[in-house]
Design a protein around this ligand. Structure first.
Ligand code: BES
Ligand code: MN
Ligand code: ZN
Length: 498
């Protein structure tokens, strides 16, 4: 993705006359007696001699969430157009509501080169994140890319706080939105072009640019070191598996955080083949890998005082004469054996290897994320991730996920499900053989590979990482970049509080 250039201007009062923007974005609210103007719109309203609300009401504006109404300015201000975007009910305008409105405005701004947004007077960070993410589009494979997103976004400064602080906020929010874009691009790249080897190359480019440590284990190294889970799952593909280690060592690092992300570049189910309907969405089965890669790059960009190490297992789950079978027993990294009862429960097998390796380095925290189970979508729907793990850290991650608007929810690992994973011939089976609690059973499987008292979280993003419906708020169709913003928030929290 290419991120628009962001510039911090004066507050909207000062910026309006000077700005070279073609469009000015203002917020609207659903008041008791119809549409109202949000803070930041005063200067535009003055230029309209106080008639803007009436003009908007006449055009049918109500202020409801994500509503877009365009008003020509006819020379009242240098910009030709006012774009009014709805924030919803006038009470309790949360950062997430600002982010969604900003996203909706970003989506409506295609074709305009330069814009000035005043939503920032409500919430600067949410406005930058939302606007930039709203302008995202993936046109790599289009012969005709369509109307371009704005190249410059001027952001009106909020009245409170220093310019220095505002600049820092704009910079951080832009970096966060850019990281989300990196993850979206990887998810949106089709599986004929994105496979373990090519993912590794892209990761190396990103790591080199950010000055990170980079290591890749190819199939020979994986065999030598005993990564039986990754090799088993990757064995059916002509494109061999990889395991990446991408590390950022911040100056004065207070804590070490290990990140692990599922990188199945395409999931056919393997010999336990998936049905054809909807199989194309399994191009997103590397969304966890994309998110942790984008997050470690972001950690370096924002210079968190932490050590952040991403472990990324990559494999393509294909049926073939060399594929692993239901009935196979794999010896995982670290020595545990797993009986494969369903080759479509492949994510947990590659993750087990990567988690074991991450734990060898004795990090202070471990965050793992994966498009792990359809059961996550059954339980929580398409927009809410399931968060499992050790109780305190799980709750901390879930609270931060909600604060970012990514909306993860804490889920238990009920002890009675553990015995379902007992195998007659190996240490463990990869599925329980019963449908109920599938998301939780997968979490319990992963727990077997996490060191005893390590605070850890497993974020199942099967639904929220991929939007197969229409765009909404700042969420485009296709890859969403979830949970990059949650991981960023957790890293920032650990940097602040340990
Ligand atoms: N990648 C899928 C999970 C998935 C499903 C992600 C739908 C996104 C949307 C995973 O590898 C899988 O196939 N899981 C199985 C597990 C089952 C065999 C225990 C599932 O959920 O059906
Ligand atoms: Mn699968
Ligand atoms: Zn999968």
């Amino acid at each position: 993705m290419s991120v628009p250039k962001l510039t911090l201007s004066e507050n909207s009062e000062g910026a309006l006359a000077k700005s070279r923007a073609e469009v000015i974005v203002v917020g609207t609210l659903q008041g008791a007696d119809g549409v109202e103007l949000a803070a930041g719109a005063e200067a535009v309203d003055d230029a309209f001699e106080g008639t803007l609300t009436e003009v908007l009401a006449t055009l049918g504006a109500t202020g409801k969430s994500e509503e877009i109404v365009k008003v020509p300015t006819l020379g009242r201000v240098p910009a030709g157009l006012v774009l009014a975007v709805g924030l919803g009910k006038a009470d309790d305008v949360t950062p997430e509501r600002v982010r969604r409105a900003a996203g909706a405005s970003g989506r409506a701004l295609s074709g305009h080169k330069r814009v000035l947004t005043t939503l920032s007077e409500l919430d600067l960070q949410a406005t930058v994140e939302g606007t930039v993410l709203g302008t995202y589009s993936f046109t790599e494979y289009k012969s005709e890319p369509g109307e371009a997103a704005p190249s410059t976004i001027e952001v009106a400064a909020p009245s409170e706080g220093t310019t220095r602080a505002h600049k820092a906020t704009v910079k951080a929010a832009t970096a966060i939105a850019e990281a989300v874009g990196v993850a979206r691009d990887l998810v949106n790249t089709p599986p004929n072009d994105l496979y373990p080897g090519s993912f590794a190359e892209r990761a190396k480019d990103l790591a080199d640019t950010a000055g990170l440590e980079f290591e890749v284990l190819d199939e020979k190294a994986l065999k030598r070191k005993g990564f039986g889970g990754i090799l088993g799952v990757g064995g059916g593909s002509s494109r061999p598996p990889r395991l990446l280690r991408v590390a950022y060592r911040g100056a004065k690092a207070k804590k070490t955080v290990a990140l692990v992300g599922k990188g199945i570049t395409f999931d056919t189910g393997g010999i336990s083949l998936k049905p054809a309907a909807g199989m194309d969405s399994m191009t997103s089965d590397m969304a966890g890998a994309a998110a942790v890669l984008a997050s470690v790059v972001l950690a370096a960009k924002l210079k968190y005082p932490l050590e952040v190490v991403a472990h990324i297992p990559l494999a393509e789950n294909m049926p073939s004469g060399t594929a692993y079978r239901p009935g196979d027993v794999l010896t995982m990294y670290g020595g545990k054996t797993v009986e494969v009862l369903n080759t479509d429960a492949e994510g947990r097998l590659i993750l087990a290897d990567a988690i074991s390796r991450a734990c060898e380095e004795e990090p202070d925290y471990l965050i793992e994320t994966s498009t792990l189970t359809g059961a996550q979508i059954v339980a929580l729907g398409e927009r809410t991730a399931g968060i499992m793990g050790s109780d305190d850290f799980r709750d901390r991650v879930a609270t931060l996920a909600q604060a970012t608007g990514e909306n993860g929810w804490p889920m238990p690992l009920p002890e009675e499900l553990r015995s379902g994973l007992d195998s007659k011939i190996a240490d463990l089976a990869n599925v329980t053989g019963q449908r109920w609690g599938g998301m939780l059973a997968a979490g319990i499987f992963l727990r077997e590979f996490v060191s005893g008292d390590l605070p850890w979280a497993h974020i199942d993003i099967a639904g929220p990482s991929y939007n197969s419906g229409s765009p909404w708020g700042y969420t485009a169709k296709g890859g969403t970049g979830v949970p990059v913003r949650t991981i960023a928030a957790v890293l920032a929290d650990i940097a602040d509080y340990g």
